[in-house]
Design a protein around this ligand. Structure first.
Ligand code: AHN
Ligand code: ZN
Length: 336
């Protein structure tokens, strides 16, 4: 089931968001070899291995040892790939059931001297429950989170590897957020929850009100990657992304349309969902969500124990990773 956005939250977010101002790359003319776009090859095997290494830690539930080990791994890889800065935002937040969760948002910035920057985000925590297991007994153990958690991070770590070796025409800030997936659902809790939308994306909600940017150095736009490794996945235009940052959806989908991965990016409306991009938009950065979400809901492995490596597909990681890579390297250094 795709959760529809709580109307009041939606209204509040709409009221404080500006229009997307990025996306001029699609119009840029690249006749000068000095400014011509440089191509970079996204290595799907590397991304796959990054997904696998996260899964091998075990479920990355906030407050647990595998989560901490994974956070250290992510931060170390970003440093190793040559980030200008890697910062950790440690805090605590309270989940819908009263559990106090230690959170650790990880931010890495590359090419910080560039006047224009883009933000690429994903959550790295995994859900402590398996809401969609038919057998209720199996619902209360954590999922592997290969697609829901590790896949977006896997794509980001491979992008970081590439960017560390070949400076892109824009600054690239990576944001790995915590505690996205500790939200309320009626399958795992009998408690009544009056505003369940706000029980999701706790790390991003914290970041949104404590983010490092000012009005003038904010990224032009953001791209959130969520569930980007599933077998045979197709990516539709997510509703909120179109509402906040249609020109960025256009940029990404048209970039894919001109690539061998055109069949993965469908230029039609998908579902509407509460995800990290909602709160990044509220912080004033027009942000889209590349997410496997259909009008009828998510993939069959979503929030089940089958969200494992057997259901991760290198060709999906490649389609998403190469498309984001093409968008980044297709940016023009001359546009602020
Ligand atoms: C809700 O189910 C409310 N939002 C989907 C966002 C999500 C969950 N992404 C991964 N897990
Ligand atoms: Zn999830």
């Amino acid at each position: 089931m795709t959760r529809l956005i709580y109307p009041l939250l939606m209204a509040a977010l709409c009221a404080c968001s500006g229009n997307a101002s990025g996306g001029s790359a699609a119009e840029a003319v690249h006749s000068d070899p000095e400014t011509a776009p440089i191509a970079a090859a996204f290595d799907a095997d590397s991304a796959y291995s990054y997904v696998e290494r996260q899964v091998n830690f075990g479920p990355r539930v906030p407050g647990t040892a595998p989560h901490k080990a994974c956070a250290e791994f992510i931060a170390a890889e970003l440093t190793r790939h040559g980030a200008d800065t890697v910062t950790r935002q440690k805090a605590s937040v309270t989940a819908f059931d009263g559990t106090v969760l230690p959170i650790d948002n990880i931010m890495a910035r590359f090419n910080t001297s560039a006047p224009r920057r883009v933000l690429i985000a994903a959550h790295y925590d995994t859900r402590p429950w398996a809401d969609n297991e038919p057998d209720p007994e199996k619902r209360f153990t954590p999922i592997p989170g290969a697609n829901d958690g590790a896949s977006g991070v896997g794509v980001i770590l491979e992008l970081a590897r590439i960017i560390g070796r070949q400076t892109p025409p824009v600054g690239v800030d990576f944001l790995l957020v915590d505690a996205e997936d500790y939200g309320y659902s009626p399958e795992i809790s009998e408690a009544y929850c009056h505003d369940s939308d706000r029980t999701w994306c706790l790390g991003t909600q914290y970041w949104a009100t404590h983010n490092p940017y000012t009005e003038t150095d904010r990224p032009a736009y953001g791209i959130l990657l969520d569930m980007v490794g599933g077998t045979g996945a197709k990516f539709y235009r997510e509703y909120t992304s179109d509402a906040y940052a249609r020109n960025i959806v256009d940029l990404v989908w048209s970039t894919a349309a001109a690539s061998p991965y055109a069949d993965r990016f469908i230029n039609a409306r998908g579902g509407a969902l509460v995800d990290d991009h909602l709160f990044i938009n509220a912080a004033g950065i027009p942000t889209i969500d590349i997410v496997e979400c259909y009008e009828g809901g998510f993939s069959p492995t979503w929030h089940t124990h089958a969200d494992d490596m057997a259901h991760i597909d290198r060709s999906t990681l490649k389609a998403v990773g190469q498309t984001v890579c093409d968008v980044i390297y297709g940016e023009s250094a001359s546009i602020k």
